[in-house]
Design a protein around this ligand. Structure first.
Ligand SMILES: Cc1ncc(COP(=O)(O)O)c(C=O)c1O
Length: 385
């Protein structure tokens, strides 16, 4: 199995948001899709569905085969036993987060988040009126760290949820066991429900290890709701499918009280594509990770050599470069400069909360040919300021 890198022409010919949102002279490096064709087994399945015109109402959950693959995968990769745990299929991770916020706490109760943070976390807390309580990451020379002192004081307020993103978007941090244990201790002390978005778990680079929060110990697991999906690592976000794994029957019962019809119907392709991704596409994923790792290094080299004023702490996971542009004097939203002058669309830093001011996120999951053009355009724009 080899990954297929898509050319600019092929990418532009498709109908997705990443490549259609901006004018044609802009190179998009924003939303979290990869510019690689999906793994061959997933494409074969989609072709088969189309050839047999199987666009009928899909099977209803539960999906025992998918759950079996989930159990095997989580045990095999992460030593996490989810055998017998209640599981729900949802359209997407953010939907699962919103339903959990809605059903597992009361309106007005706070939700601790570690900004800069994936923007829809902030939208979810706002839309469900479980207001975000900020525990900003500390920017260090090499990396990003959790501010545990500040966490103690914010968690003591009227807070119900710890909404964790691990691996963390946009910083690319993979939290260590010691960090997760301290987070869990806080949750236990203040009786918080832990909502753990682990969508980037399969995109961890060598040398780091993803530890599911629910593996720490049974007491922690019992208050944890974990959100997983194949959509980021296998590039199938448009198929709209994710799983919610509950650490206790009572969390599951409350979540399930949310009317199924309000969740919207599941599509016929998503759940099966996720099963195929996890069961049959391991080799493809390994290749993708190796390619992404070398792109991560290419970004580091270009930033170091050609973009003085930008700091870049290499991500431990994900295909995001969280570019610290604060020394460039480009104001709160360097995205504007790069779009206007370089014709490169990054993800605006302020989409990740006020702590994203002066930053921008670059998605480096593309071919080296396209990535080199992106980096060249950015460095040319900076040197001709
Ligand atoms: C941390 C995180 N959670 C969730 C999502 C989106 O997942 P979904 O489309 O399943 O809601 C993303 C997308 O980039 C993400 O980075």
């Amino acid at each position: 199995m080899t990954i297929e890198l898509l050319s600019v022409e092929r990418l532009r010919a498709r109908r997705n948001n990443k490549w259609r949102y901006y004018p044609e002279d802009v190179l998009p490096a924003w939303v979290a899709d990869m510019d690689f064709a999906a793994a061959p087994p997933i494409r074969a399945f989609m072709r088969e569905m189309a050839d047999s015109s199987d666009f009928c109402y899909p099977l209803k959950p539960p999906y025992p085969q998918l759950e079996r693959v989930l159990v095997e995968r989580m045990r095999g990769r992460y030593g996490w036993c989810v055998d017998g745990a209640p599981v729900e299929v949802v359209n997407d991770v953010v939907q699962g987060i919103c339903i959990a916020l809605e059903t597992l706490g009361k309106r007005g109760q706070g939700t601790v988040v570690q900004p800069p943070i994936y923007g829809p976390f902030l939208e979810a807390t706002r839309d469900t009126q479980r207001p975000a309580v900020f525990n900003p990451l500390i920017v260090t020379e090499q990396s990003y760290a959790i501010d545990f002192d500040q966490l103690q004081s914010v968690a003591a307020k009227d807070v119900r949820f710890l909404l964790l993103c691990n691996p963390h978007n946009p910083s690319g941090r993979v939290f260590t066991r010691a960090e997760l244990e301290r987070l869990a201790q806080t949750a236990l002390r203040h009786d918080l429900v832990i909502l753990c978005d682990e969508i980037h778990a399969d995109l961890v680079y060598p040398g780091k290890e993803h530890i599911p929060m629910a593996t720490l110990d049974p007491e922690v697991a019992a208050r944890t709701v974990t959100l997983v999906s194949a959509s980021k690592a296998f590039n199938t976000a448009g198929l709209r499918s994710a799983l919610v794994v509950f650490g206790s029957e009572s969390l599951h019962r409350s979540f399930s009280a949310f009317p199924r019809r309000l969740r919207g119907g599941l599509n016929a392709f998503g759940a099966e594509a996720m099963r195929i991704a996890w069961a049959d596409c391991g080799e493809w994923l390994q290749e993708v990770l190796t390619y992404l790792q070398s792109n991560r290094d290419l970004v580091a080299q270009a930033v170091r050599q050609q973009m003085p004023g930008i700091s870049y702490r290499k991500p431990e996971a994900t295909y995001f470069a969280w570019l610290d542009c604060r020394d460039l004097g480009l104001g709160e939203e360097p995205y504007d400069f790069f779009l206007r002058q370089a014709r490169v669309a990054l993800e605006p830093g302020l989409n990740f909360g006020p702590q994203g001011a002066g930053f921008a996120r670059l998605n480096f999951a593309t071919s080296k040919a396209i990535l080199s053009q992106i980096l060249e355009r950015m460095s040319d724009a900076l040197s001709s300021r």
